[in-house]
Design a protein around this ligand. Structure first.
Ligand SMILES: *[C@@H]1O[C@H](CO)[C@@H](O)[C@H](O)[C@H]1NC(C)=O
Ligand SMILES: *[C@@H]1O[C@H](CO)[C@@H](O)[C@H](O)[C@H]1NC(C)=O
Ligand SMILES: *[C@@H]1O[C@H](CO)[C@@H](O)[C@H](O)[C@H]1NC(C)=O
Ligand SMILES: *[C@@H]1O[C@H](CO)[C@@H](O)[C@H](O)[C@H]1NC(C)=O
Length: 277
């Protein structure tokens, strides 16, 4: 039966949402399901140690995936409660459910880092993240995008949102797509949403540049979506270099936020222009 994948920053409320969904499914308004929660918590993972070591982290992801694979069967619901922040990993999970021919959905806990920090300090010491580890994981996070098959259907929940339990059940038991409000419409700006937008706007600019470079020569002026200022490239930029500049700009902007989203694209264009001249 279905797989529900949670994702989000550390301490963003994933385990709380997993438990809410578990309780709802077990209680039976949806027929009294058997639920398995697979995750860091259940495995007793030493988070700061594991996530600081890419080899150990890879092993953990493998262990979790194997556990999901073992638990997926015809009757039960499996909830994967881990960071699941790597796009490629979510894609692997998607392939797994496709192979088992079972539905899946993704729940993104979109919680502001400041709130996560508060939730971190109320945890048992062994489950707390150091500031350094937390920042690194926020930086590495690859936000889900419901336009990707493997990130869809996507339910985005913020701190005070009610978990859309019925829509989730419809998605995983009846394969009904969620209502547009759940995942596709843009929401009013909030600081959590800002990070999402920042990711999206810069991503669109990077893609536009990569596309334009196929037909342009150095010195050409390139227009990018959302920006009134045009970008003048003195040389061809590789995907790796663009990604690096994108990450730097995102880190910088997180520390110096300008909440006027309509200016983000222009700011990124100026940043690219400055960094490549
Ligand atoms: C988590 O809490 C511990 C203990 O209060 C603290 O040392 C650490 O910096 C906190 N981490 C974050 C990301 O707030
Ligand atoms: C979507 O949200 C708007 C505004 O909150 C509301 O008026 C509308 O009925 C919602 N649509 C659905 C399909 O829930
Ligand atoms: C956001 O930036 C745009 C473009 O510079 C400007 O027209 C608009 O007034 C700004 N909005 C706010 C709320 O500052
Ligand atoms: C890009 O940089 C060049 C050289 O520093 C400058 O002349 C130009 O005005 C800049 N353009 C933008 C859009 O920032």
């Amino acid at each position: 039966m279905p797989l529900v994948v949670l994702c989000g920053f550390p301490c963003s409320g994933k385990s709380r949402r997993a438990k809410e969904l578990n309780d709802y499914l077990v209680a039976g308004s949806s027929g009294g399901r058997k639920v398995h929660i697979v995750g860091d918590e259940a495995l007793g993972v030493q988070r700061n140690g594991v996530y600081a070591d890419s080899q150990k982290e890879r092993e953990l992801r493998g262990t979790l995936r194997a556990e999901v694979e073992r638990k997926l069967n015809k009757e039960d619901v499996v909830i994967l409660d881990s960071l699941n922040y790597i796009k490629g990993y979510r894609y692997e999970l998607f392939c797994l459910v496709k192979h088992t021919q079972t539905p899946h959905c993704l729940i993104h806990c979109l919680t502001a880092p400041e709130i996560s920090s508060v939730w971190n300090s109320s945890r048992e010491p062994e489950n707390q993240y150091t500031q350094e580890m937390f920042d690194a994981l926020v930086q590495r996070f690859e936000a889900p995008d419901s336009r990707n098959r493997w990130d869809s259907p996507l339910f985005t929940v913020q701190k005070d949102d009610t978990l859309p339990l019925e829509d989730i059940c419809n998605a995983i038991f009846h394969r009904k797509a969620p209502t547009p409000n759940q995942s596709t419409q843009s929401q009013p700006l909030s600081s959590t949403n800002y990070l999402h937008e920042l990711d999206k706007v810069t991503q669109d600019v990077v893609m536009a540049i990569l596309k334009a470079q196929k037909t342009s020569v150095p010195g050409d002026v390139i227009a990018v979506p959302g920006a009134s200022e045009k970008i003048e490239l003195t040389r061809t930029l590789s995907m790796a270099e663009l990604r690096k500049l994108q990450r730097q700009f995102i880190s910088y902007t997180k520390l110096h936020p300008n909440e006027n989203i309509s200016q983000l694209a222009n700011m990124f264009v100026q940043y690219l222009n400055k960094s490549t001249h």
